[in-house]
Design a protein around this ligand. Structure first.
Ligand code: ZN
Length: 221
């Protein structure tokens, strides 16, 4: 298979990864998706991802990763923890799941290897940087090198949203012709509410502010 023919997208059912799914469909002939059950409180996100993938004719692989719940304490997997609404001074928010993107990319790479696919697509970015070290470009470059060495196989990790803020991510969705799909079908909310979400959690605020800015800019054109 030609190196540029196919890609595996890490798909969580949220705004960013779903925008990446449509980006990948534009850039690759064959697209696969992988999602993860890692003990997150809101399992609905995988159902959303699976449903969107199905509608787009994209095979969706759900992968079980139990260890986060066993070893880490964060508000995305721990029922007893409340999501930080503000980023604590000098610390990571309690939504940080240590090692998550490293393991997700590792599993996605194993899946891609089995399929003979060389390209991985992930929606991480550091412009609206919430403080997660595994969303930064230097981590992605390092992981790309590590995966290649681990499997003696050429990988290319694509991060179409790396330098985009949320406003620009909405713009990309619009350019791909899927703004409404992303707006009404995806779930980014930490409280597990689809589309525009609860409106109050950090993920909803970021998403809403970006959308408002983009729609305003578009209206003024
Ligand atoms: Zn929310």
């Amino acid at each position: 298979m030609d190196m540029k023919e196919s890609a595996v997208v890490l798909l969580s059912g949220g705004q960013d990864s779903t925008t990446c799914l449509y980006w990948a469909k534009k850039h690759f002939k064959k697209v696969y998706a992988i999602g993860f059950r890692y003990g997150q409180k809101h399992q609905q996100e995988n159902e959303i991802a699976a449903q969107i993938a199905k509608e787009e004719g994209v095979p969706f692989q759900l992968c079980e990763l139990d260890l986060f719940k066993q070893f880490t304490h964060n508000s995305l997997t721990d029922e007893n923890m409340i999501v930080d609404t503000e980023k604590p001074e000098g610390a990571l928010p309690n939504t940080f799941v240590p090692g998550r993107n490293m393991l997700f990319l590792g599993y996605a790479a194993v899946y891609a290897y089995g399929l003979g696919v060389h390209n991985l697509v992930t929606g991480v970015g550091q412009a609206d940087f919430s403080g997660y070290p595994d969303c930064r470009n230097n981590f992605i470059k390092s992981m790309n090198a590590t995966l290649g060495l681990a499997m003696d196989y050429e990988f290319e990790i694509h991060t179409p949203l790396m330098w985009l803020n949320k406003e620009q991510t909405w713009e990309m969705a619009d350019q791909l012709g899927v703004l409404d799909k992303i707006r009404y079908r995806t779930m980014t909310c930490y409280n597990g509410i689809i589309a525009d979400g609860c409106g109050n959690c950090p993920a909803c605020k970021l998403r809403r502010e970006g959308l408002e800015k983009y729609l305003k800019r578009k209206a003024n054109k």
